[in-house]
Design a protein around this ligand. Structure first.
Ligand code: CUA
Length: 174
């Protein structure tokens, strides 16, 4: 193989790599569907029924002292806008998207959760100290991506309001 052929070959490989790279946001969801099977949740019906209806969002106290947080990411906000969790206990995060691919990150921590429509992303978090973290979107999701911000408040365990069964906590409870 001479140099000319090699250059053409390498250029072709590069172009072939660029095509899927630029189509990344489009292929992401179908690829995950292909790997994970049928959608777990219908992104268009989140508000109508199932785990992610509005009254089910926020922080829920589990029997063992840990908490479960359910959130929806959508263009261009996170619902609920501010979540409240106790420090020093496991936080089970369950989040889905109502539209595009987002990435939920808590600034100042290593937590970064990719959120896709049709699937439920799960993550186990734990915050040792009380404090406030900015919740940001780290996946380009459209014109309002850079404004997609919300808040996570970690309060000392004994200051976390005791929730009744079925009740959901958010920052308004503080
Ligand atoms: Cu949502 Cu970027």
């Amino acid at each position: 193989m001479n140099w000319r052929k090699l250059r053409i070959f390498l250029l072709t490989v590069l172009v072939l790599c660029l095509i899927p790279a630029t189509r990344y946001y489009q292929i992401d969801v179908p690829l995950l569907r292909f790997l994970k099977g049928t959608p777990q949740v219908d992104p268009l019906a989140l508000h109508l029924s199932g785990e992610f209806v509005e009254t089910n969002l926020g922080t829920e106290q589990d029997g063992d002292g840990s908490v479960t947080v359910r959130m929806v990411a959508q263009q261009y906000l996170f619902v609920p806008h501010c979540i409240l969790v106790p420090s020093g206990v496991p936080v089970h995060l369950r989040v889905t998207s109502a539209d595009a691919v987002h990435a939920l990150a808590f600034e100042g921590t290593d937590y970064n959760v990719k959120v896709l429509p049709g699937t439920i992303s799960e993550a186990q978090l734990q915050f040792s100290n009380a404090g406030q973290y900015k919740t940001v979107c780290r996946e380009f999701c459209g014109a309002g991506h850079y404004a997609m911000r919300s808040e996570l408040r970690v309060v000392p365990r004994d200051q976390f309001p005791a929730l009744r069964p079925g009740e959901r906590g958010n920052c308004a409870a503080q």
